[in-house]
Design a protein around this ligand. Sequence first.
Ligand code: TYC
Length: 124
Amino acid sequence: MKFMASKPPAPSPAAPPKTQPVVEDDGGSVVLERRTEKTKPPQMYQVVMLNDDYTPMEFVVVVIQEFFNKDRETATQIMLKIHLDGKGICGVYSKDVAATKVEQVQEAARQAGHPLQCMCEPVE
Ligand code: TYC
């Protein structure tokens, strides 16, 4: 007959998920606390377009229609707001989508030879 020199190591208990704190009560039972912290919504980013003295109004309207999916009326209102206030918000998106919109606008402006500028910034 064969005997083991020592007991095989007991499997270590699985670690509890960090989001669900585990508390042991007086009786030694394991109690899962109710989770009070909710998952935060992702940070959103607004694409802000800047005014300049050279880019034609019509070009800005077409860019806003094309890349920000606005109808002509809305695109015209946004363009005029930028023209009058110096800047304006074209749309609000997740970080990656906002960054892509900025690149698309910059590339369209570069190709057309206009100094149109836009950027994305976190929404407060
Ligand atoms: N100010 C420009 C003009 O008078 C028009 C314009 C509007 C340019 C919005 C840029 O983001 C802009 N031709």
